[in-house]
Design a protein around this ligand. Structure first.
Ligand code: C2E
Ligand code: MG
Length: 296
């Protein structure tokens, strides 16, 4: 009976996956996929530096489906190429509109995730070039993120691809840094601009001197040595933020600073920043704090 129950669970799981895969195929056409924008701040100055673009799927019948579920299915089914193109196109177009609102917003950066299949795709460079050109987006403001695992798994073939991407003018970041097995020898020679410290280390940074705090310190110092900027992910508390600032971590994002926002919410944040900026009496506050912190 136990065997049968297991089989039954398995086939329900398989059926579920197949259903999600076929629904995802239609989701792009049905307009169910959107992009959320999570603000990225410069910790040292408190300034908004840009946004991470994150795919969102609101299924018409099933409600919200988590990226952790659908990104993996998209990877396995090959749909990820179309998904990446959608996110890239959508986010570049949106950001170009925000850049045009006010010169003070014109250098906001955009970070987009690439998958392993993207890295192996022969037309990757053309796809990115197309997204940039059709949205009139400045390549210097785009950062493409690759997880440490994806990168190290294909390191030999990836090197040439990364060089080609860099020639487009875009920047490259290693995502979830610290969770994979980076070779330090490769790390120094990789054409990578920044390291994003995995949020598990930030989470474990309970006290100064804890193991995770020391790992964060080591990554910050590694970044400084290699000339790569460092971003902390998953900042959830005021004490984590204070510790990161003390460790000299330059950039950060996390729920404590802001959750991922809908385009409307992000636009409200930008309007708010502009008001602060153009009202002289509010200038001091803009310069010193992380302003304004958006929570819901
Ligand atoms: P990621 O690229 O590391 O993105 C950050 C994830 O951490 C996001 O989850 C974000 O909502 C979450 N996060 C941000 N701040 C905090 C925090 O303070 N605490 C905690 N616990 N979580 C925080 P999300 O949107 O569910 O995405 C999960 C992952 O799915 C992403 O991790 C990325 O690997 C993948 N993903 C999302 N959108 C895309 C996409 O368009 N393309 C590809 N290839 N992957 C994507
Ligand atoms: Mg990422």
């Amino acid at each position: 009976l136990e065997f049968l129950t297991q089989q039954c669970h398995l086939s329900t799981e398989v059926a579920q996956r197949m259903m999600i895969e076929s629904d995802l195929r239609q989701a792009l056409a049905r307009g169910e996929l959107t992009v959320a924008y999570q603000p990225l701040f410069t910790i040292t100055s408190g300034r908004l530096r840009g946004f991470d673009a994150l795919a969102r799927w609101h299924h018409l019948e099933r409600g919200t489906i988590e990226p952790a579920t659908f990104i993996q299915i998209a990877e396995e089914s090959g749909l990820i190429i179309e998904l990446t193109d959608f996110v890239l196109q959508q986010a570049c177009t949106q950001m170009a509109q925000w850049h045009a609102i006010d010169p003070a917003l014109a250098d906001l950066k955009l970070q987009v995730n690439l998958s392993g299949s993207d890295l192996a795709h022969s037309a990757l460079s053309e796809r990115i070039e197309h997204a940039l050109a059709s949205s009139h987006f400045n390549p210097r403001l785009l950062t493409l993120e690759l997880t440490e695992n994806i990168l190290m798994k294909r390191i030999d073939s990836a090197m040439a691809t990364l060089e080609t991407l860099r020639k487009l003018g875009v920047s490259l970041a290693i995502d979830d840094f610290g969770t994979g097995y980076s070779s330090l020898a490769y790390l120094s020679s990789l054409p990578i601009d920044s390291l994003k410290i995995d949020r598990s280390f930030v989470h474990g940074m309970r006290r100064v001197g804890s193991k995770d705090a020391e790992i964060v310190r080591a990554i910050v110092s590694l970044g400084a040595t290699l000339g790569k900027s460092v971003v902390a992910e998953g900042i959830e508390s005021v004490s984590q933020l204070a510790q990161l600032r003390e460790l000299g971590c330059e950039h950060g994002q996390g729920f404590h600073l802001s959750r991922p926002l809908t385009p409307q919410q992000a636009e409200a944040l930008l309007e708010c920043l502009l008001t602060e900026l153009h009202e002289p009496q509010a200038q001091a506050a803009f310069d010193t704090g992380l302003m304004p912190l958006v929570r819901h």
